[in-house]
Design a protein around this ligand. Sequence first.
Ligand code: AMP
Ligand code: MG
Length: 442
Amino acid sequence: MNDGLLSELHISSKNHEEILALLLGSESSFAQAYAGHQFGGFTKLGDGRAIVLGEYLTPLNQRFDIQLKGSGRTLYSRGGDGKATLKAMLREYLISEAMFHLKISTSRSLAVAKTGDLVQRETDQEGAVVARIMKSHIRVGTFEYARQFGSTEDLQALTDYSIQRLYPEVLNEENPTLAFLKKVISAQIDLVVNWMRVGFIHGVMNTDNVAISGETFDYGPCAFMNAYHPETVFSSIDKNGRYAFGNQPNIIKWNMARFAESLLPILHSDPETALKLAQQCFSEFDSIWVQRFYKMMLLKLGIEQQSTELNILVNELLTLMTNLKLDYTNTFLSLTYDIIELNSPMDEPEFQTWLDKWKKTIESSTGFEKAKKVMIENNPAFIPRNHLVEEALDLAVTGNNELITQLLSVLSKPYQYQEDLKHFTTPPPEVFENRYATFCGT
Ligand code: AMP
Ligand code: MG
């Protein structure tokens, strides 16, 4: 049970049994229909193992969906059992909490509860549900569903509803649908830039897993990158690296193009004008991406200015990190606190040349004191290291919650480096990393 989230939602009851009984005993619930492009191919989908219990309105008028995942078969389960394993649901809880504290827009986990069922996977495992809290579960795939299988009126109704619920500020715009499209694209660019700030690989960026709200969700095969390489992939089914770390910007652009296509019939009454309006949005995409991506990377280096020359400094660092197989998180941590031993390959002469250049840049601008402050805000010291996550989950499913509780605590203050927690910054051995594989619907 997530007490922090309970109080943020202004749920005053401290009685966990009572809250669980409410969640699990709810009689009104529904599964949502949606479609989606999975690894590029269009499919009719839907909540196959999740149900929305309802909406929750906080005293501050913030509206959230409460969803149960792993709650059994629905109309959309196809061949699946509708269930989820305890390990997978604890993984979602742990990583979504970590993402929240990393200051990244995300769904959150209110509680994980064992169901008492045995779930058949490669081996029989304990079943569980997670109660997921999100601004909205409407996704790109919901719009694809409306476009393909509904009428223009349905599509308009879904758009009106989504605007009202998530982006009411666009109602005053001349073309609210166009403004809505731009808002969603912008939110998704911000989200993926933020993922890349902390080395997060979502792993299954199918259009059904892309929320209109701009929240990260569907924590299946996600993982965090240790040694920097843009081609890093952990998902066992992502054989071609479609969702590799460095391909995430291309994919979000592709996904947003599918979203724009779905909106075409209501973007303008004249189809040609509608197409032109959508194309205009995309002609701006790359320059917006480049601007925001380098802004983020420069902040990781403590630099608040922006210029093409400074972007080169970033590119040079990324090339060095690739060649020297530097740990992504620890490189920035070492630069922030000037502790090379956290990442010893930084001692290499080629790195020293870059380091001198970076130091000169800082000296000639804001100076180190200010830069350090900016770097602390933008570079996490602690991320959910893959090997620690696995170890914690393997222990938790045997009833030993010691490590998962410790991890949740460390990851609740990811930007506060503490010398005595140094072992949480150690990357896994290369052999672990090379064999590490993550899975979707476990
Ligand atoms: P995901 O890869 O988690 O986004 O899932 C893709 C689709 O498969 C979604 O429509 C899920 O609802 C469905 N799905 C995943 N796992 C199961 C399961 N165990 N039973 C039924 N449907 C599932
Ligand atoms: Mg999904």
